[in-house]
Design a protein. Sequence first.
Length: 230
Amino acid sequence: MFSKEKLIKLDLYGMEILLKINKHVYFPSKVSYLIAKNLIINKNDIVLDIGTGIGILAIIASKLGAKKVFAIEISFKALKNAKENIILNNISNIELINGSLYNPLKKKEFFDLIVCNPPMTPSPKPVSIYTWGGYDGRKILDEVIKNSNYYLKKNGRLIIPTISVCDIEKTKFMIEKLNFSYRIIAEDLFPFSKIMIKLIDHIKSLPGSEIVYKNNIPYFKAIVFEAIKN
């Protein structure tokens, strides 16, 4: 969904964070806010934020003590909006990078933390570029997890969500296959979007898909993992 251009204030970790939302940029999802409220930053962390959007996770990482944040985004409009928000919050240690996933990085770049909220709406055909996660919703998610091993320092961390219609167990399996340890740092239930309701028959057909019903309304569970490279 797109918002009208406006300024919002978030009160997180005892800090006020200002975010300008441009009408041409996707509004941060409820899962993004779930990650934002549970983001774990160690002092002097070098952080990579993949798909930064308007910059919400990058800004919070900076304010929580990250030494440097690299924020990758494919949309030029989103990058422009993120730059506005970085200036609005008086931050000087975020570097914005145009590109997709890990592609703009060099193979010898290593990070203490990689954070990403990938698009995870499953659909046989492309829906919104901001929410479509491929046929099973895992197109971007799997790439972020699989390749994190090449860009994390030893004991580096990956913070990544998975929603229950995208097979949460597969995320656990992929993390374990990398020989990463992990824990769940946040979870919540959210109602289906209008797009997901239209796709519900497809979603029901997917292996590992789980839908939670409350008062006959379909919800998905969102789990946020913190995976650690051993």
